[in-house]
Design a protein around this ligand. Structure first.
Ligand SMILES: *Cc1c(COP(=O)(O)O)cnc(C)c1O
Length: 384
């Protein structure tokens, strides 16, 4: 691929990643950061982000799949790596070959993994996932469905080395419903019950973790070893309509830019784009931008008044966003082919946060970042 700052690209500020890491590290006191770099660190570049943070002392990373874990190892990451989800049995060998920690979330999966480890005569490091109310993966550990015996049984799998037991919050980000906070506190109680029952049975839990980004800030001072933090390290919350309970001095790390390809003057009444969904109500100047939904600009954000920056001025997207291009109303601006457009980031006194795009597309920032396509090259910026 021609990796150039042409057409459309992102710029990622390394200093800001490091800054955000230290801000979070201070906020969570004795708890350590397990940096969640799944989905290519939400498209910020998993190897890059992990290398930077490992340098700053981060000793645990979390990913979603074995492919992601292998990529980190093959690119020199030495710290602990936890796979948060499922690993297909044909890839089990990577776990012991590359010293990767696997999440164990059901009896069936534990047995399959232990049988494999037994035949290979190896020990595989695991963290047991308990479901305290998320309802996704994990041994159910709810009031009326409490599978502690199955959790204990994982300790009897003699080729699995149980290092940690963890759970996951489902509403740590919101206080919308009266009982959202109570729900999260109850998840903590259920998790504590599991830890207590394991302690009584003399089953050790060296590493405990339940908080995600919002959990770490909205439910601070929990006595656990790690908080699994993803989105906040990138300097954004998931949604600015769900602010953190305690403001944190975080800086957005990613800037997204593109180039103008074509500028034209059109008459009132002219239709713009597929579907004729936009019609100029006066004479306007239309600029076409060389970036589209195949680059990750969500097509759902069409016709929502979403703006981009050109020469420090806000311009509104008009018509449907196309696969590789979109149009803006650039009336009154002196713009030309190859001029720079800021889709997310700062230009002059103006700033467009990823939240504006997410709101227009009716999603959260986590998804907006992961929609960024692999064909959008990344450039890393670092000031010494
Ligand atoms: C994605 C994920 C996280 C990180 O979530 P953020 O909100 O980005 O901090 C933590 N834990 C688990 C299990 C996850 O799947």
């Amino acid at each position: 691929m021609l990796q150039s700052k042409k057409r459309t690209w992102v710029e990622i500020d390394e200093n800001k990643i490091v800054h955000n890491y230290h801000v979070m590290d201070k906020h969570i006191h004795d708890t350590k950061i397990m940096a969640v770099v799944k989905a290519d660190a939400y498209h910020h570049g998993d190897v890059k982000v992990a290398s930077l943070l490992e340098n700053e002392g981060c000793d645990f990373f979390a990913v979603s799949s074995v492919d992601e874990a292998v990529r980190l190892r093959q690119n020199g990451i030495k710290a602990n790596i936890l796979i948060l989800g499922f690993t297909p049995s044909e890839h089990f060998h990577y776990l012991h070959e590359l010293d990767i920690v696997q999440c164990v979330f059901s009896t069936e999966f534990a047995q399959t993994l232990n049988t494999y480890a037994t035949t290979q005569n190896v020990k595989i490091r695991v963290h047991i996932k308990v479901d305290t109310g998320m309802g996704r993966i994990g041994f159910p550990c709810l009031d009326d469905n409490y599978h502690i015996d199955e959790v204990k049984a994982v300790y009897t799998c003699d080729h699995l080395e149980v290092e940690g037991v963890f759970s996951h919050f489902s509403v740590a980000d919101t206080f919308d419903r009266d009982d959202d906070e109570a729900y999260t506190f109850h998840q903590i109680e259920l998790y504590e019950r599991v830890l207590q029952d394991l302690a009584v049975a003399n089953l050790p839990v060296k590493i405990k973790h339940i908080q995600n980004s919002y959990g770490a800030i909205n439910y601070p001072n929990l006595p656990y070893d790690y908080a699994r933090i993803g989105i906040l390290l990138l300097g954004n919350t998931s949604d600015d309509a769900q602010p953190l309970k305690v403001p944190c001095d975080l800086e957005p790390v990613l800037t997204w830019k593109a180039q103008i390809s074509c500028v034209k003057q059109v008459k009132a009444g002219t239709y713009i784009g597929y579907g004729r969904n936009y019609q100029a109500t006066s004479d306007i100047q239309v600029a076409t931008v060389a970036c589209g939904y195949a680059d990750g600009l969500n097509r759902n954000a069409s016709h929502k008044g979403l703006q981009v920056l050109v020469k420090g001025k806000r311009c509104t997207i008009i018509g449907n966003i196309c696969m590789d291009q979109f149009m803006i109303d650039a009336t009154g601006l002196d713009v030309h082919c190859e001029d720079e457009v800021t889709i997310v980031g700062i230009d002059g006194d103006e700033v467009i946060k990823i939240d504006e795009l997410s709101r227009a597309a009716n999603t959260i920032n986590n998804e907006s970042f992961t929609l960024l396509a692999s064909r959008v090259p990344r450039f890393y910026i670092k000031k010494d």
